[in-house]
Design a protein around this ligand. Structure first.
Ligand SMILES: NC(=O)c1ccc[n+]([C@@H]2O[C@H](COP(=O)([O-])OP(=O)(O)OC[C@H]3O[C@@H](n4cnc5c(N)ncnc54)[C@H](O)[C@@H]3O)[C@@H](O)[C@H]2O)c1
Length: 380
């Protein structure tokens, strides 16, 4: 095993921690606050931000949509350049934070920002940014990844750059009270699949990473089972911290990663506008069935250590347990439940996957186009 691990995001966790941004953002900075559809004006977050920035120079950019589009974000890039903002503050879920990372990088690049998503420009510098998280799910608040959509061409792509790692993140679980239940359930699924992408591989030697991944998976299973407590502070705190830890780098250090579920899922969002987590709940069980031989040993380990299973056909029953967990939250596990059929897969999704040049995917780089098609057809 070999890795370098550094997570530079300072985390302020708990109620009333938004006030910390006064000290986190240099007083000389000119701050652009970026947010989405306006829920922050209903749950008191916007008021707390304006209060905390009362001595800073600042402006705002609203309207970053779920699955943020480069078309919207380029308007923020232009605003940054025209008005000389030099610090960005993302206030929202993964979409706003990812979008802000793109703005931070594109504002420091002379060419067309989409080059970053196509790998034509490697991001080495970006404006500094901080994040106030309003939806626990993606871990974007303390990682260096960003996923952006180009609406015009139905493309959803990602980039990774240490330069866009947030300087700080505020995780106040009380802001979750205005979250629609669909988003809360999506958050559990998304965090669960993030852990699986880093844990369910052929590697079974990393005791720290595996042990911590199993704790996170058991937490998420328990939070799903105790969903009736989702309005309690303890439930919210545990989900927010678990979802953060699921993708903050530690469990993925030095171990093989998969991410094929995400790669295929992004295509389903780009084509059919499904929520990110909805695509993951459909793809993961199908992918695990298709690739069961290479993941057999880890699936058995997960069955024992996460679901408390034993006996025959352990790997298969583990996949069934994952599927049942998603279903218990009311998150669908079949494409046909979204009225997507075999013909849609063959004529729309498979050609799009072929076009976007991200193949082969997976921990062993064996998820090629034929394998993607087999996974998607299993998922119908
Ligand atoms: N950067 C990463 O590491 C990473 C990882 C996984 C997924 N992603 C990406 O993140 C995006 C999904 O992000 P997400 O799941 O956090 O959802 P989101 O940010 O898209 O938000 C979903 C909806 O919830 C609303 N919302 C957010 N907080 C709210 C609150 N407190 N009250 C009421 N409504 C609220 C938003 O306005 C939006 O309508 C996708 O584009 C996905 O591909 C990024």
């Amino acid at each position: 095993m070999q890795f370098s691990f550094h997570n530079p995001t300072r985390i302020h966790f708990g109620q009333n921690q938004i006030a910390q941004i006064t000290r986190e953002i240099p007083s000389s900075a000119k701050v652009l606050v970026l947010y989405g559809g306006g829920s922050i004006k209903q749950n008191g977050v916007y008021d707390q931000v304006t209060q905390a920035l009362s001595r800073h120079k600042w402006g705002e950019f609203a309207g970053i949509e779920p699955n943020p589009s480069v078309e919207t974000l380029d308007r923020a890039v232009a605003m940054v350049r025209e008005q000389g903002f030099d610090y960005l503050l993302a206030v929202g879920g993964g979409s706003v934070i990812d979008g802000t990372k793109y703005v931070a990088a594109a504002a420091r690049y002379e060419g067309y920002g989409w080059d970053i998503l196509e790998g034509k420009h490697r991001v080495r510098e970006a404006l500094p940014l901080g994040a106030i998280l309003t939806l626990p799910a993606t871990g974007s608040e303390s990682n260096a990844a960003s996923v952006i959509t180009r609406t015009a061409t139905h493309e959803k792509r990602s980039f990774y750059a240490p330069a866009v790692h947030p300087k700080f993140a505020v995780l106040d679980p009380s802001v979750m009270r205005t979250l629609p239940e669909r988003q809360l359930k999506n958050g559990i699924v998304d965090a669960f699949v993030h852990v699986c992408e880093q844990y369910l591989s052929h590697n079974d030697q990393a005791l720290v990473q595996d042990g911590y991944a199993e704790v996170l998976l058991r937490n998420l299973k328990q939070l799903a089972e105790q969903y009736d407590q989702h309005e309690t502070p303890q439930w919210r705190e545990n989900l927010m911290w678990t979802a953060n830890q699921a993708l903050s780098g530690l469990i993925g250090a030095g171990v093989p990663h998969d991410w094929a579920t995400h790669g295929i899922g992004h295509e389903l969002t780009a084509q059919f506008n499904l929520d990110h987590a909805q695509t993951l709940a459909v793809v993961l069980p199908a992918l695990l069935r298709e690739l069961q031989p290479q993941k057999e040993s880890k699936l058995r380990q997960m069955g024992k250590n996460v679901f408390g299973l034993s006996g025959e056909a352990l790997a298969e029953r583990t996949i069934e347990a994952i599927e049942a967990l998603f279903q218990s939250l009311g998150v669908k596990t079949r494409l046909s439940e979204y009225a997507i059929n075999r013909n849609d897969i063959v004529t729309q999704v498979v050609p799009a996957l072929a076009d976007h040049g991200t193949l082969p995917m997976g921990e062993q780089r064996n998820v090629d186009l034929a394998c993607c098609e087999a996974i998607l057809l299993r998922a119908v």
